[in-house]
Design a protein around this ligand. Structure first.
Ligand code: NAP
Length: 487
């Protein structure tokens, strides 16, 4: 009999898992989604200008090509529309329990006891397998700046946009200057009377060569056999061949720097502003911003880039070391609690082990998917599977392939866990590969813990990850009955 599967989260990962199970004829699964709709990060991040800087035809499932993309780089509503299309086409929407927030998952020696809260009522159900697909960027990070609660105006995080608050004619403060800020600043600047951008650290920025796909191009993608596949493959290989070496400090690192500096020089004529926007760390150490509208917005006369450190929030604005900058609206584009994987879900494995305690020095997982002592629990977009150069959807599909390859053994032999020696070997390989990557050098980023351990990114090529996840999982796992730790 097919194992029963609890999928936690209905974003790109959870939907992919649900669809693959459905296509394999497995109906014994439930998707828990704490929100009222599907889409994960693409439901949450609805700020003006939200979109993806990975091309549409690559930022989609390989099994569900889509000829309807209207732009080379998709805007958030189109991505959400794509996910809804997939959920409906593969008939998984009715398997999603909306408004059900998973609080705890406890392995009882044989099955997972999953506790969720729905309409205020707590309920515990048993599943053979748990697939955690809550993403890395699902919990907003709000800074701890003194006086935040004293602010008399309206404030919100970029991922919790207040669409009822009209910005027309406002004095707006945006705190942060990462990818989210870069996308929302141009449309906000259009509406606001004045905008102050509080930049703590400048980012490397390269152009986004966006373009529309007109009706003819869309028809061609729909009708010309192999065109979409070939286009997708070309974008994938291009990113792999040019961007990956830049992050591994290879041949294209200098080119990336040159391209970013040329973009800065072309778009920001004022040398003083240019100097403040020039990073002092290598490109790629923090996620490179890919945007063509960001710098022009910063050069507007009604926009100031403020680099003086913030001291506190006052009732009427943001106080820096140089004085008060008045604001009636504050947008915190301050990122996510990205290294706290799975939090706040309490996960308890064999022998009562707490996953949070196991991960107190930084999250880890074999292939980013499995953790010893947590049998039959699989992670999608888990530790060390984020990319700075290619599509996460590709990584998610690799992970789902691996989970699908594990399920027949679970069905035949009962719970399986990854062997500690496979985990240790994985960590050693990861550390060795990490040493040549650019992420460690002289920058703070959401890729790493406060102690500096890179827990989020995959340090290899995605082609290698695909190969590793496509291997038979047999040797890396053992049944829990054979495990001394299950005693
Ligand atoms: P982020 O890259 O983590 O940026 C957070 C920003 O807030 C940084 O500029 C940071 O400054 C600043 N900040 C944080 N705490 C602060 C404080 N106490 N005082 C002042 N400034 C503070 O977050 P994000 O922009 O939301 O982007 C997160 C990731 O989401 C991106 O890197 C990307 O992977 C993904 N994303 C992707 C797209 C896309 O097009 N594919 C679009 C948006 C987001 P420091 O740099 O000094 O820490």
């Amino acid at each position: 009999m097919a194992p029963s599967v609890a999928i936690i989260g209905a974003g790109f990962g959870g939907l992919c898992m649900a669809i693959r199970l459905r296509r394999a004829g497995v109906g014994s699964f439930t998707v828990f989604e704490k929100a009222g709709d599907l889409g994960g990060t693409w439901r949450d991040n609805s700020y003006p200008g939200a979109g993806c800087d990975i091309p549409s035809h690559l930022y989609s499932y390989s099994f569900e090509k889509y000829a309807s993309w209207t732009r080379r780089y998709p805007a958030q509503p189109e991505i959400l529309g794509y996910l809804e299309h997939c959920a409906d086409k593969y008939d998984v929407r009715r398997k999603i329990r909306f408004g059900a927030e998973v609080r705890r998952a406890v392995f009882d020696g044989r099955r997972w006891q999953v506790t969720s809260v729905h309409d205020g009522a707590e309920r515990t159900e048993a599943f053979d397998v748990v697939v955690m697909s809550v993403g890395q960027l699902n919990r907003p990070h709000l800074p701890e700046i003194p006086g935040m609660s004293d602010f008399e105006g309206v404030s919100f995080h970029s991922a919790r946009w207040d669409h009822g608050h009209d910005l027309t004619g406002r004095r707006v403060a945006v705190i942060g200057s990462g990818s989210s800020a870069a996308q929302l600043i141009p449309p906000v600047a259009e509406r606001a009377a004045h905008l102050d951008v509080f930049q703590r650290t400048p980012n490397w920025v390269i152009p986004k060569p966006d373009a529309t796909f007109g009706p003819l191009a869309r028809l061609a993608f729909h009708y010309v056999p192999g065109l979409q596949r070939a286009y997708r493959e070309w974008i994938y290989r291009y990113a792999e061949a040019t961007l990956y070496p830049a992050l591994a400090e290879g041949w294209s690192a200098a080119l990336l720097r040159k391209r970013a500096l040329a973009h800065l020089n072309a778009q920001v004529p004022d040398p003083a502003l240019r100097a403040r926007l020039t990073p002092g760390y290598p490109p790629g150490c923090k996620r490179v911003v890919i945007d063509s509208a960001f710098y022009p917005a910063l050069t507007r006369p009604d926009v100031d880039v403020v680099t003086d450190p913030i001291v506190r929030i006052r009732p009427k604005g943001v106080e820096t070391t140089e004085g008060l900058r008045e604001a009636d609206t504050i947008v915190y584009a301050t990122g996510f609690r990205s290294t706290e994987f799975l939090a706040p879900i309490e996960v308890t494995g064999l022998g009562g082990r707490s996953l949070a305690a196991e991960w107190s020095g930084g999250a880890y997982a074999y292939l980013g998917i499995s953790v010893p002592d947590f049998p039959n629990m699989f992670l999608l977009y888990g530790p060390n599977t984020n990319l700075g150069h290619n599509s996460i959807v590709h990584m998610i599909e690799c992970q789902v392939n691996h989970v699908m390859a594990c399920l027949p053994r679970v069905a035949a032999e009962g719970p399986i866990e990854v062997r500690p020696e496979a985990m240790a070997a994985w960590n050693r390989q990861l550390d060795a590969a990490m040493a040549r990557m650019v992420w460690g050098e002289g920058c703070r980023s959401w890729y790493k813990t406060a102690e500096g351990r890179v827990t989020n990114n995959w340090p290899g090529r995605t082609t290698l990850y695909r190969r590793l996840t496509a291997r038979s999982p047999r040797g890396a796992y053992r049944t829990v009955a054979a495990s001394p730790s299950s005693a």
